[in-house]
Design a binder for this molecule. Sequence first.
Ligand code: CA
Length: 221
Amino acid sequence: MRILLVEDDRLLGDGLKAGLAGAGFRVEWVRDGEAALAALEAEHFTALVLDLGLPRRDGLSVLASLRAGGNGIPVLVLTARDQVADKIRGLDLGADDYMIKPFDLDELAARLRALLRRAAGRAEARLIHGDLVLDPAARVVTLQGGVVSLTSREFDLLRVLLEAAGRVLSRRVLEEQLYAWGDELDSNALEVHVHHLRRKLGSDLIRTVRGVGYRVDEVSR
Ligand code: CA
């Protein structure tokens, strides 16, 4: 899950980026409102963590511009304690949740997971695919009840594929989801991860759609 973090405070941004990465999110961090809009225009993100007091263009203006343009990305707003009026305005403008600074990082991660679940229309936190169960909070995958050992990248790739079960995901979308800006990207890294997942979970789970990408079949729950 790729998160765009918009925060101009360097210390807080550093902490948030590291903390959310530790909770299993891929985080891109920009420091002003204009950069946020540019990033959202250029790339796909699963959610936005948006500070309100920002240089160049404030958070409320970013949010208003996004929603006016029909962008429904889940947004969690960060506000200072003395910005209650802004918080209310943010919710009116289409923010999905908010947290007041200073806040607990674990709570922020939990709220983001809940937000992404709601956005995906799921009440069940775990992703269940036949005998395969992926728990995003615990970062555990089980197959027929036994825990399967996956690398962090393999886990994230599997989660993205399971969340989109029934749809084909292109190489580009998968790579964007998996890698942070500036990461070294080996041209066949995706294939290698898919190969490993097939070896660990069975060869027929992840289907190759020639010339397009990969797909996991939809299963009735
Ligand atoms: Ca700020």
